[in-house]
Design a binder for this molecule. Structure first.
Ligand SMILES: Cc1cc2nc3c(=O)[nH]c(=O)nc-3n(C[C@H](O)[C@H](O)[C@H](O)COP(=O)(O)OP(=O)(O)OC[C@H]3O[C@@H](n4cnc5c(N)ncnc54)[C@H](O)[C@@H]3O)c2cc1C
Length: 408
C-alpha cells in the first residue's frame, strides 16, 4: 500500500471493481479496498442479470454462469401465468450468476488493469481539507492508516457510510428499502429455462417471491417486501410459508438476508473529491431491486469521469457534475420512471393483479412491443388504462425534467 493514489475506491462489489478497472484503464493509479477477506462472499443476491447488458462490460465465462434462462414466468395471485421473453423481463433476467466467482472475476480484471486490490481493509473515515475529500482513514490487520487520493469513490453498498461522511444525504426511509430473505434450495423440481416471480398481497405484500434456477434441481428461492411492511409481517416467515406450500421436499443449503434500496434517484451523488456508485448511490431498480448491472454502468462512468477531472486538475463537486449528468441521463431517468410504476403497482389489490394477468393471457409476450402490451391491457380493462395513463404522464414529466437538468 502506498501513501497516495489518484483514486481510492471503497468496496469491491460490481460497482467498485468496475469503477477501479475503468479508472486504471484510463491511466490512473488506483487502490481498491474491500473490508471482507474474500471478495463476493457472503453473497447477498438472487444473482440474476440480463446477459445482453452484461456482455457490454465483461466477456461471459462459464465459471461464473450458473444458468442461462430464456425469460420469465410471472404468476398472479390466482396462479395465472404470464410468460415474458428475456428482452421484456428487464435487467435481472438472462444469466443466473455464481456471484462469489463473478465478483472475484471483476476484481481480477481490475487487478490486471493495474489496480492495487487490498482485502480485509476497511475505510473508517475520510480525510478532509478545506472542504475537499483528500483520502481515507483505513484499518488493515488491526493497524490504522491514512491514505491520500485526489478522488475517493464510495462503492460501499447499501450500508454505505462514505456518502454520509462527505455530508451527502443517503438516508433510506423504511418504504425506500426492500427487505429480502432467500434460501439456496436443492432437491426441487424447477423449470431450468425460466426465472419465476409470484405476486400477491398475501404471498409478498408490496413485493414478490422469486425463483432463479441455478442448475441441478437447485435455485435461489427468495422474497422481497418493502421495509414499511416488515413491521407487520416477516419476510422469512412468508418465504417459509411459500416453500412449505410449493417445495415441501426441498432442502435449504444456504440462507441470505439483506436489503436493497428502492428509492429512485437521490438528489446528490458527488461532493468535492468524491463520487458515490451503485447501492451506495441508491442506483438499484426501485421495481425489481436489481442493482448488479446498474452499479457496473455507473462505475464505468465514474471511472472515466475521474480520469477527466484529474486531467483538468479540478476534482471539485462542480467538475464531478459530469458524473451526475451522465448517470442521470439514462439510469437516473429509468430509476425515476421505475418509482412512478412502483407507486402504482404496489397499490394494486390481488383482484387487480389477477385482472392484469388475465388480460395478458394469450398475448405473445415473446414478440410483442410495448405498444402491443398496452393495447392488450386496454382491451381488457379501461380502468387499468387510466392508471397506466397516469404512469405515462409521470414518465413524460420525468423525461422533461431530465432534459432540463442535463442540457442546461
Ligand atoms: C437478497 C437480494 C437479492 C438480490 N438479487 C439481485 C438480482 O437478482 N439481480 C440484481 O441485479 N441485483 C440483485 N440484488 C441487488 C444487488 O446485489 C446489488 O444491487 C449489487 O450488489 C450492488 O453492487 P455494489 O457494488 O453497489 O454493492 P455491493 O455488491 O454491496 O458491494 C459493496 C462492497 O463494499 C464493501 N464495503 C462496505 N463497507 C466498506 C468499508 N467501510 N470499507 C471497505 N469495504 C466496504 C462490502 O463488503 C461489499 O463487498 C439483490 C440484493 C439482495 C439483498
Amino acid at each position: 500500500m502506498k501513501e497516495r493514489y489518484d483514486v481510492i475506491v471503497v468496496g469491491a462489489g460490481p460497482g467498485g471493481s468496475m469503477t477501479a478497472k475503468t479508472a486504471a484503464k484510463e491511466g490512473l493509479d488506483v487502490l481498491l479496498i474491500e473490508k471482507r477477506q474474500q471478495i463476493g462472499d457472503p453473497v447477498r443476491c438472487a444473482e440474476g442479470v440480463n446477459k445482453v447488458y452484461l456482455k457490454e462490460y465483461i466477456e461471459p465465462d462459464p465459471a461464473w454462469i450458473s444458468a442461462e434462462v430464456k425469460g420469465s414466468k410471472v404468476y398472479s395471485p390466482d396462479g395465472t401465468m404470464v410468460e415474458m421473453s428475456e428482452e421484456l423481463s428487464g435487467a435481472e433476467v438472462g444469466y443466473v450468476l455464481e456471484r462469489k466467482v463473478f465478483d472475484r472475476a471483476l476484481a481480477r480484471e481490475a487487478a490486471l488493469a493495474g489496480v492495487e486490490v487490498m482485502v480485509k481493509t476497511r475505510a473508517t473515515g475520510l480525510l478532509m481539507e478545506d472542504g475537499f475529500v483528500k483520502g481515507i482513514k483505513a484499518e488493515y490487520m488491526g493497524k490504522q492508516y491514512e491514505i491520500m487520493a485526489d478522488i475517493v469513490v464510495g462503492a460501499d453498498g447499501i450500508e454505505s457510510k462514505v456518502g454520509r461522511w462527505a455530508g451527502i444525504d443517503t438516508t433510506l426511509k423504511p418504504r425506500d428499502m426492500c427487505t429480502c430473505a432467500q434460501y439456496l434450495m436443492t432437491n426441487i423440481d424447477i423449470d431450468p429455462d425460466f426465472c419465476k416471480f409470484y405476486l400477491g398481497n398475501k404471498i409478498a405484500p408490496v413485493g414478490y417471491v422469486w425463483i432463479f434456477p441455478k442448475g441441478r434441481n437447485t435455485a435461489n428461492v427468495g422474497i422481497g417486501i418493502t421495509g414499511h411492511m416488515s413491521g407487520e409481517v416477516r419476510a422469512l416467515e412468508l418465504l417459509d410459508e411459500f416453500i412449505n406450500k410449493h417445495y415441501p421436499d426441498g432442502k435449504k443449503i444456504e440462507m441470505v438476508v439483506g436489503g436493497v434500496p428502492v428509492c429512485g434517484s437521490i438528489a446528490r451523488t458527488v461532493s468535492n473529491g468524491l463520487m458515490l456508485v451503485g447501492d451506495a448511490a441508491r442506483q438499484s431498480d426501485p421495481v425489481t431491486g436489481g442493482g448488479i448491472f446498474n452499479s457496473m454502468w455507473a462505475g464505468d462512468i465514474a471511472g472515466k469521469v475521474a480520469a477527466n477531472a484529474i486531467r483538468r486538475s479540478d476534482v471539485s463537486a462542480e467538475s464531478l457534475q459530469e458524473y451526475e449528468k451522465k448517470w442521470r441521463v439514462e439510469l437516473g431517468r429509468d430509476l425515476d420512471m421505475g418509482m412512478v410504476v412502483k407507486e402504482r403497482f404496489t397499490r394494486m389489490t390481488d383482484d387487480e393483479l389477477n385482472t392484469l394477468a388475465h388480460s395478458l393471457e394469450g398475448v405473445d409476450l415473446g414478440s410483442t412491443t410495448l405498444i402491443g402490451l398496452v393495447w392488450a391491457l386496454f382491451k381488457a380493462n379501461k380502468k387499468l388504462l387510466w392508471d397506466l395513463r397516469s404512469i405515462f404522464i409521470g414518465i413524460k414529466e420525468i423525461e422533461s425534467e431530465v432534459k432540463k437538468e442535463v442540457y442546461t
